[in-house]
Design a protein around this ligand. Sequence first.
Ligand code: BES
Ligand code: MN
Ligand code: ZN
Length: 495
Amino acid sequence: MKYSITSSQKIDSSPACLVLVAKPASNIGAQFAQLNKAVRQAISRAQKAELFEAKKGQILDLPVPADGGPERVVLLGAGAAKSLSAANVRSLMESLAKHLKQQRQGKVNIIADAVAAKCDFQTLARHLIEAMGDVEYRYVKQPKAARDKKPGFTFNITLRCADRGAAAEAKKGAAIGIAINKGKDLAKTLGNMPGNVCTPTYLAAQARKLGKSHKLKVKILSEKDMQDLGMGSLLSVSLGSRQPAKLIVMQYNGAKDAKQAPHALVGKGLTFDAGGISLKPGAKMDEMKYDMCGAASVFGAILAAAELKLPINVVGVIPSSENLPDGLANKPGDVVTSMSGQTIEILNTDAEGRLILCDALTYTKRFKPATVIDIATLTGAVIVALGHQTAGVMGNDQEVVDDLLAAGETSLDYAWQLPINDSYKKQLRSDYADLANIGGASAGSITAACFLSYFTKDFRWAHLDIAGTAWGGTVGKRASGRAVPVLTQYLIDRC
Ligand code: BES
Ligand code: MN
Ligand code: ZN
């Protein structure tokens, strides 16, 4: 994607396409007469013929006789309401981006004063660019299929703002949108990759690569290193796999003070979850390649933070493993000892995410983090509770939870809080260890978070269950790039 933002209203550059984002009535904005003239009165003629009422989301695409000016004009209705929420703006921009791609119109001038008047230029530019990023994204298959070798569709937009102040605001929003797009693209691609390509070793190599391109400190812990640290819970999940487990650590240090307490992001990196000996049913098991989307969102958020040069420190910790059935694999009833010293009875080997996260969370203590957020495709139950629209959030610190909820609202990457308290924690009682790894049939997402809470007592912590939002729903069998927007916003808000 290419973009430029200007306060110049000159439209003499023969753009392939001129987009007017219009409000109802014939007055499209101060430049109406000039624009209308540039497109040979196409706008006023369409309005006279009642072809365009500017209803919210209405699109009218008009060809214009080519004589040196724009070859077509696209009108997008912004509706009659006085103000538009960020979500309204995003859905308008999504309709526009989809339409332009369908028409193969990548090079566009956009005049969106009428929408900006109903929100602000920063929100407008951010969501315009994010919507275009989602539409532009293409997964290039591994290995490359012939048609994937052709260049994909890209946008080249010029956003023409009312004045200099507006352009400055729009530039701020665009920078955030571009950084989030880069983070989401990386998260989507890692998520979409097949499990035989995207292994723990592959993720570790990607971390090294990101470290080189964005000046991160990267450390990869091997199984031997983890053994020395006593990570008996994490390592037990990997016993059934031929792929060695990795613990990936990425540090972005943007704060002036290198010792400033970092915000830690801990992402579940199960590169394939077959369930282990508690084997999953066959239907849709392929989707368990997405079980590393928490890890992918940590990659994406750290990339976005580095792109934005945020003046804070961030540490990403990614426990990565496969979960497969095998003669050596965990069995129901096995008891393992976590790095914290707490013992765990594994009553279901498919509740493996918490087993790798608990040791990663204990490890995170050494960074003396300001806050810790773990992100995981942890439970099918969160899809039952919240669908594919909203992530579940739980934690031991209401302020951290509230900050995440607020970041979700701003970024439109929504989360909703579920309760965790002692009455649920009782469900994890075990006769053979300090804790069982499952809490029975009810409140599955909550008991999973309760389990993690036994490993987060020493810091301010929140947990995001993204099993519903990381793929599926309206995006279909594709990684969505969530929770990159909410995490990036959370980090922006800490600056
Ligand atoms: N990765 C799954 C959670 C999941 C399931 C995400 C379906 C998306 C769709 C996780 O490891 C898991 O298997 N969880 C179990 C926990 C249960 C055994 C307590 C689940 O949700 O069924
Ligand atoms: Mn599982
Ligand atoms: Zn899993």
